[in-house]
Design a protein. Structure first.
Length: 383
């Protein structure tokens, strides 16, 4: 079977005819039109006489001749398909530069399109300021300094001077923020010798039976038990009780302060025997987990002639005064109403914890209610 001639196949002939018609539809400038042969001559050239001329040319050849004639007659005239591609490119450039060249393409003239192409890049470039595009200014942000890099701070730590270390860090709030954000890795919240030590159900002493060495009895106060406190805490408690008395709030005595690991074993066991483990854990710390073992915690009671009980503190004038002013003497109420979910203990209005005046001021001013939140530690409601 003979293969069809690709030059004369119906599909190619149809495409050639479409190209011919599209080319014939181009409006030529007068000069270009005059230079082209007449339609009669073109027809004769495309279809020579069967007697004297060569075989009849295919529509493809006729189209090719016509396109060559167009290019020769007017270099500015382009085939329709190419012209449409150029117009599309011009429109894209014009859109980017904010230039409307719709009128140029609507005219259908190659010269108009060429003019648009010549002008479009310049118009786009004109949108750039004469001084050039702005260059972003990137400034280096200095790293936040750690107090651990300050010799004054580390020297105070080494000397056991908690107040001096806090002052070197910039005060109570600056110290707290540095510790809570991890900016002060040289500060340990687990060191029981420090006023800022945090002891809770997830943070026992190390060693478990640690005992402070500077225990003294608070001066000028009634003691209901033979107990003592660390020196700084004892002196602050004496000042607090004196100020409350002078303010007319009444006498404050203390019931229990330092309790050793061994003493706490007995205390906790007594609670368990009365109410069971679950209830005991809400009221008393297990041995090795009690703030009383630090020598920085104390249970107070109100007195008016005779002294009341721990449960009397919350509703007494002494208790009200302590809630308002204890921070001024370096103390906080450690276990307050509504924070059992964090501390694991029921409210104890009588349980005061010494953290020093600078940190107590930051605690008060920041509206904190637990040491865990103050130092950015997780809650510790259970063991």
């Amino acid at each position: 079977m003979t293969s069809p001639d690709p030059q004369t196949s119906p599909r190619r002939a149809a495409r050639a005819e479409a190209e011919r018609r599209a080319t014939a539809a181009i409006s030529l400038p007068p000069a270009a039109a005059a230079s082209l042969p007449s339609s009669r001559s073109a027809s004769t050239a495309a279809s020579p006489s069967p007697v004297a001329g060569p075989p009849t040319a295919s529509p493809r050849d006729a189209t090719a001749v016509t396109r060559r004639q167009l290019r020769a007659a007017s270099p500015s005239v382009v085939p329709r398909r190419r012209r449409l591609s150029v117009v599309a490119a011009v429109v894209a450039v014009a859109a980017a530069g904010g230039i409307a060249i719709g009128a140029a393409s609507a005219n259908g003239g190659g010269d108009a399109v060429d003019l648009a192409l010549d002008q479009a890049p310049a118009a786009v470039m004109n949108t750039v300021p004469s001084e050039g595009l702005p260059v972003p200014s990137v400034q280096a942000v200095p790293a936040t300094a750690s107090p651990c890099d300050d010799p004054a701070f580390t020297d105070a730590l080494a000397a056991g001077d908690d107040g001096g270390a806090i002052a070197a860090a910039g005060g109570g709030e600056s110290f707290r923020r540095a510790v809570a954000t991890g900016l002060a890795p040289c500060v340990s919240l687990s060191d029981p010798t420090r006023e800022w030590a945090v002891v809770n159900k997830q943070r026992p002493y190390d060693p478990i039976d640690w005992r402070p060495g500077d225990l003294v009895a608070p001066a000028g106060m009634r003691a209901l038990e033979d107990t003592a406190m660390r020196t700084a805490a004892a002196e602050a408690l004496t000042a607090l009780a004196s100020a409350a008395r002078d303010a007319g709030a009444g006498e404050i005595a203390y019931l229990s302060a330092f309790r050793s690991y061994t003493t706490q074993q007995s205390t906790y066991a007594a609670r368990v025997s009365v109410g069971g483990v679950a209830q005991a854990d809400l009221e008393s710390a297990r041995p090795g987990f009690s703030e009383h073992q630090s020598g920085l915690a104390v249970d107070i009671v109100p007195c008016s002639g005779s002294c009341g009980t721990l449960d009397d503190v919350a509703g007494s004038p002494q208790g009200a005064w302590v809630r308002e002013h204890a921070w001024e003497y370096g103390y906080i109420t450690r276990y307050v109403e509504g924070r059992t979910d964090v501390t694991g203990y029921e409210p104890e209005a009588w349980h005061l914890r010494y953290i020093g005046p600078e940190l107590a001021a930051a605690y008060h001013d920041g509206g904190y209610t637990t040491l865990e939140e103050f130092f950015g530690l997780p809650a510790a409601p259970s063991y």
